[in-house]
Design a protein. Structure first.
Length: 272
């Protein structure tokens, strides 16, 4: 028995459990993240002087964001660790997809539901139904990926938006919501959230091929476009900070920008 295989598996489980904590934080308390806010988080994690509940809602969002980012970091590392240790296999593929269903499907759906509910919605509204589409699209996208992996039909490009991208979108959307709600740009966050509810699930379910961060050197034209994304991201971040006083607004905007560029510029002959 190769004990090293538990290293990437532990990272994958970290991804799954982090997503589960995000779901719990979205379902508990009177505001998003209240379940993660306590006096010890101020002194040991965030280093803040004021005591709970002063600024609790803001710190709740921060704590959810920290957990979510750590879960995504585990998702990035597990595949790398499996390849480096020579223990990559079908078990890891299946476990990784199960974890991504939680972190990139159920967690974004629950966070989106909670954000819209905090805006005044109650019960099963049209917003809630639309949020369920995020979870459904992520599960469908990951099941299709697993089937392709078993058949060995993958390639250097993604087929449809990867499920973790939904987590990135709604992580940025959650922080943006906290910054812009109650201000002059409040309607911008709501409108962008609705765009995400429609575009992101459709992109995940789509069979359109798109490039990711892997596969450099396979297509010079795609490499050129990818290299331009870095200054674009920086520019969008600076623009949203000065224009809307929200640096986090750049996260969902850049993801939508990537989606449009990737779908328009990726050769439609190979998938991943």
């Amino acid at each position: 028995m190769n004990a090293w295989k538990w290293v990437p598996n532990a990272l994958t489980l970290g991804n799954l459990l982090g997503g589960a904590v995000v779901c719990w934080a979205a379902a508990s308390g009177s505001f998003l993240g209240e379940a993660l806010v306590a006096e010890w988080t101020d002194s040991m994690v965030l280093g803040m002087k004021e005591t709970w509940p002063t600024g609790a809602e803001s710190r709740g969002l921060q704590m959810v964001a920290v957990v979510w980012v750590l879960a995504m970091f585990c998702d990035v590392l597990d595949g790398w660790a499996a390849r480096k240790l020579g223990v990559a296999g079908p078990m890891g593929v299946q476990l990784d997809s199960l974890a991504d269903v939680v972190t990139g499907g159920v967690a974004p759906a629950m966070v989106a539901m909670r954000l819209f509910q905090g805006e005044g919605g109650a019960g099963l509204t049209c917003q809630m139904v639309a949020c369920l589409g995020v979870a459904a699209a992520a599960a469908y996208r990951l099941a299709r990926f697993n089937v392709a992996a078993e058949k060995g039909t993958g390639g250097p490009f993604f087929e449809g938006l990867p499920a973790p991208a939904a987590g990135v979108f709604w992580l940025g959307m959650m922080l943006t919501w906290g910054e812009l709600q109650g201000g002059a740009n409040e309607s911008m966050s709501t409108s962008l959230a609705w765009i995400g509810l429609v575009v992101v699930p459709l992109a995940m379910a789509s069979r359109r091929k798109m490039w990711g961060l892997k596969g450099w050197g396979l297509n010079p034209r795609v490499d050129q476009i990818r290299s331009v994304m870095v200054p674009i991201v920086v520019g969008v971040g600076v623009g949203t900070w000065f224009g809307c006083e929200s640096v986090f607004l750049a996260v969902p905007l850049c993801l939508l920008l990537y989606l449009g560029l990737a779908m328009a510029t990726t050769p439609q002959s190979q998938s991943h």
